[in-house]
Design a protein around this ligand. Structure first.
Ligand code: TXA
Ligand code: MG
Length: 315
């Protein structure tokens, strides 16, 4: 794939919007870092983000929307979240909020959680694209997995750490003014909590709330992925991996057809897009769950990582 470098004039924005509407990934400037954007309503498009980044695990992704009204169509905002939205949106603040049942967001975006990270970016190019496409855009930082976040289009296209040849286009909006990812606030135990330090200092947020923020306990096994282990969806039913079907279990097939097949044709992109939906549906049946072997390459690595977490013993 040849990665286009688009100038963010009306033509370039329209081209980027058309690519996103077709389910392609486009790297876009935001005031924090470049994000690798895809249509958050399209599970296949979101799976392509992971594929392009070579990301070995599914973290929940931040969804970018143009304004507070669009946020309200996707999530419920408690009073404190509204206060922060009025104070800091558009800007480098992400809030983890209860997902609305009618939000229409692909489950791969939230990694199957019932919360969603939302942000209204301030960058004029990001704003223009959100309005031109009319899509909520899921976007992690636009770097290859494990590499530093990009703050210029050249970083995005870097031969070693970038995504040249792996994504449809990058919208070149020049250097990102903030250069550091957004501050993430959530209410995991009902209390406003700093989930990730970022572009807005915690003190500034505390001043707006008139109260101190709880700190998220750092997870030593995943220092760069706040909340990664605790926040992932795990089914209630026991999960058996690399398994043949048994009559007393609900089986998630792969490469063979069936009502709960991750992909009848053995397509890993399709399986990624369906994974969290099918896990939830299997769990609702109330029997132990087994999952067919998934090839451990490409997106299969991320799927297997997620399945191992879901199958791990719980306390
Ligand atoms: O500035 C930014 O935030 C950039 C630009 C592109 O907007 N995006 C970014 O995304 O940094 P990413 O995917 O690299 O980081 C997303 C973080 C992850 O650490 C994830 O754990 C957290 O947000 N997150 C997202 N949704 C969440 C949820 N529902 N619950 C808990 N954490 C969530
Ligand atoms: Mg990142």
């Amino acid at each position: 794939m040849q990665t286009l470098r688009l100038i963010p004039d009306d033509d370039g924005i329209a081209q980027a919007a058309a690519l996103l509407t077709r389910g392609e990934c486009v790297a876009i400037p935001t005031e924090t870092v470049y994000g690798l954007a895809a249509n958050a309503r399209d599970g296949g498009a979101v799976a392509r983000i992971y594929h392009a980044k070579g990301r070995p695990s599914f973290n929940p992704l931040i969804v970018h929307i143009p304004d507070l009204a669009a946020a309200r169509a996707i999530a419920t905002l408690p009073a404190q979240a509204l206060t922060l939205a009025y104070a800091f949106w558009p800007g480098p603040l992400t809030m983890v909020l209860p997902l609305r049942a009618d939000a229409g967001i692909a489950s791969l975006v939230t990694a199957g959680l019932d919360t969603i990270g939302l942000r209204v970016p301030a960058h004029p190019v990001a704003q223009a694209l959100l309005r031109a496409s009319g899509l909520p855009l899921a976007a992690p930082s636009a770097n290859a997995s494990g590499r530093i976040s990009p703050t210029t289009a050249d970083h995005v296209l870097d031969r070693d750490t970038g995504l040249d040849g792996r994504i449809a286009a990058v919208l070149d909006g020049g250097p990102c003014p903030v250069g550091l990812e957004s501050t993430i606030i959530g209410w995991p135990e009902g209390r406003a909590t700093l989930l990730r330090p970022g572009g807005i200092p915690a003190e500034t947020i505390q001043a707006a709330l008139g109260q101190s923020l709880a700190r998220h306990e750092a997870d030593p096994s995943a220092p760069n992925a706040p909340g990664q282990l605790t926040s992932h969806y795990a089914p209630r039913a026991p999960l058996r991996l690399n398994a043949e079907p048994r009559p007393d279990e609900t089986h998630l097939a792969f490469g063979t057809p069936g009502p709960l097949s991750l992909s009848a044709s053995g397509d890993l992109t399709e399986a990624a897009a369906r994974l969290f939906d099918l896990l939830r549906r299997a769990d609702a049946i109330g029997r132990p769950i087994s999952v067919a072997p998934i090839p451990d390459h490409g997106l299969g690595r991320a799927i297997n990582d997620r399945l191992r977490r879901a199958a791990a013993p719980r306390d």
